[in-house]
Design a protein around this ligand. Sequence first.
Ligand code: SF4
Length: 236
Amino acid sequence: MVDQNIVSELNKKADAENLTGMLVDLAEKFPGEVVFTTSFGIEDQVITDMIFSNNIDIKVVTLDTGRLFEETYKVFNRTVDKYGKMIGVYFPSHESVEKMVAEKGPLSFYQSLENRKECCNIRKVVPLKRALEGNECWITGLRASQSDNRHDLDFFVWDAGFQLIKFNPLLHWSLEDCQAYVKKNNVPYNVLHDRGFVSIGCAPCTRAIQPGEDFRAGRWWWENNSKKECGLHTHE
Ligand code: SF4
């Protein structure tokens, strides 16, 4: 079991100029117990490229909610083709999805915040718990500038909800930094980014945003007062 004090040690040693080195060190410190969850957004594609191009021993997995965009499956496929590496997939429990959809219909998430959170819990949070099981460190593509909720992030944080260390390597990157990296390294990316989508989740719950709108404005846009998070990043 990881001691929470390790988090502050890791932050002291963090080197923003050498993210690949940080990923290598983590993989060596926690062999077989580091997992990266990707949703194939541009930030995640940067991290996937760093892991796969450098053959770093970090598991790359994704959550297939069953409601993703076709474009997301295409970038998933292009990523597997380019790197020739395995990406693990976690699906929701079919019993839970069948019960929810039978009782409330296929678009229950539009009806109330409670229903939306129920859907996110069944399709994302429960599968994420399975994906994180047995790991000591979870890598994410969060950036501090993505939303107000994320301004106080650090490279390493203790995730009390999932009881593991969370590493946010792109903490200080801007969207433009990610775009430049992807271009320079010929990394596959979701074409929806070219159509105004910044944060890409499930198809019925994601829309493009206008210039100047908040990064998360395209997620669950019909909700005005929620924090626009799906429960994956519980510390927020
Ligand atoms: S984003 Fe929408 S469709 Fe996807 S799990 Fe959450 S509520 Fe369900």
